[in-house]
Design a protein around this ligand. Structure first.
Ligand code: ADP
Length: 345
């Protein structure tokens, strides 16, 4: 669910956040780009470079059926996502905007010595908004979004996996600016995946070379985002190939309250502010997706009774059905991993 705008109804949350204070440095007389405006294309004069080969040589290698599959199943055509659609995650949003979005939207203004950030690993429990954030990044960059699940690639599309991965990056190059989102990235980058000459091992080296390529090529306006709920399964050499690794934790109390408020506003509901605060307190370590599920269960139970609006008791009952998937121990492991390998902690 993307539609509710977090922060719009509850004014106190956003203005107090550091995210709001960030203003991008602009060259004299320059106007900031509108969010969602495409970032400037800087295409090479002769031919686009893809995997070292000129783009004009590529089409004969691309299987039209795979191309069709990528265009219909991998290229996303969902609604735009704004920063305000994501509750909480204040420092993460600020870091992404500052380190990735603005340097791309305003090349030249950011004249750091290193190459601009093009590869990002988002890790954290399931349902905490990693995909939502990726879609938001794509919206902000005005880019085409190609979304591929590592697990689906290896299971459903196994026979064509290598061709599909190749075609995804081919399409991303053709449709620049583009964001390639690889969910469940650990299935392609698992430590053991590089050990034999198997298909997974080939896919892993293929993906790593694409990562290196987008990270170093000044010709490409392609960003690659990997997401994972199992960062520990990815070997160090692979996760270090991502320029930035950000922990996406479950929402904090204020963010939980926002998500709950917005979700309950979609249904007829009679919760007081005190009850909402109590609910936010009781749902510590729930992900955003689990909070939505909790509200859906409560609403469905009430509708089944064709009774009055959803009340606190309905939500209490829903706690029997919806529990946070991540245990405290697992959350501690994420924090530990973040301390060791995360970019910001
Ligand atoms: P992940 O990729 O981390 O598994 P998703 O981004 O797919 O999680 O989140 C699933 C859904 O949960 C989102 O589409 C959104 O409706 C909701 N959600 C999760 N986190 C948030 C958040 N911080 N703010 C608003 N909605 C959220």
């Amino acid at each position: 669910m993307v539609s509710p705008s977090y922060g719009a109804r509850d004014a106190p949350l956003r203005p107090a956040e550091p995210f709001e204070k960030f203003s991008p440095p602009l060259a004299n007389g320059e106007r900031p780009a509108e969010p969602g405006a495409p970032f400037p294309l800087r295409l090479p004069s002769k031919a686009l470079v893809f995997g070292g080969a000129p783009l004009e040589e590529q089409p004969k290698n691309v299987d039209p059926l795979v191309l069709e599959l990528v265009n219909t199943k991998v290229v996303e055509r969902g609604p735009p996502v704004q920063w305000s659609d994501i509750a909480g995650q204040v420092s993460v949003k600020a870091a992404i905007e500052e380190e990735l979005v603005w340097p791309i939207l305003r090349p030249g203004t950011y004249s750091g010595t290193s190459h601009p950030l093009r590869t990002l690993l988002l890790f954290g429990p399931r349902g905490t908004g990693k995909t939502l954030l990726s879609r938001c990044i794509s919206t902000q960059l005005g880019s085409t979004l190609l979304r591929l699940s590592g697990t689906t690639l290896l299971s459903t599309w196994k026979a064509e996996a290598e061709k599909i991965l190749q075609t995804v990056f081919f399409v991303a190059n053709c449709r620049q600016p583009a964001v390639v989102l690889i969910t469940e990235a650990e299935s392609l980058l698992a430590a053991r995946a590089g050990e034999d000459g198997s298909q997974v091992s080939n896919l892993k080296s293929q993906l790593l070379s694409y990562l290196d390529n987008v990270a170093t090529s000044s010709e490409q306006n392609v960003v690659v985002i990997g997401t994972t709920a199992r960062p520990g399964s990815i070997d160090e050499a692979s996760h270090r190939r991502f320029g930035t690794r950000l922990y996406i934790p479950p929402p904090d109390g204020a963010a939980r309250r926002h998500i709950l408020r917005q979700a309950l506003a979609q249904q007829s509901c009679c919760l007081s502010e005190r009850e909402l605060a109590a609910l936010a307190q009781r749902t510590e370590s729930f992900s955003g997706a689990e909070l939505l599920r909790l509200c859906q269960h409560a609403g469905a139970a009430r509708r089944a009774l064709t009774g009055p609006p959803t009340c606190y008791q309905d939500l209490e009952k829903a706690f029997c059905k919806v529990r946070p998937a991540a245990s405290q121990k697992e959350l501690d492991l994420f924090l530990e991993w973040d301390k060791m390998y995360g970019t910001r902690h």
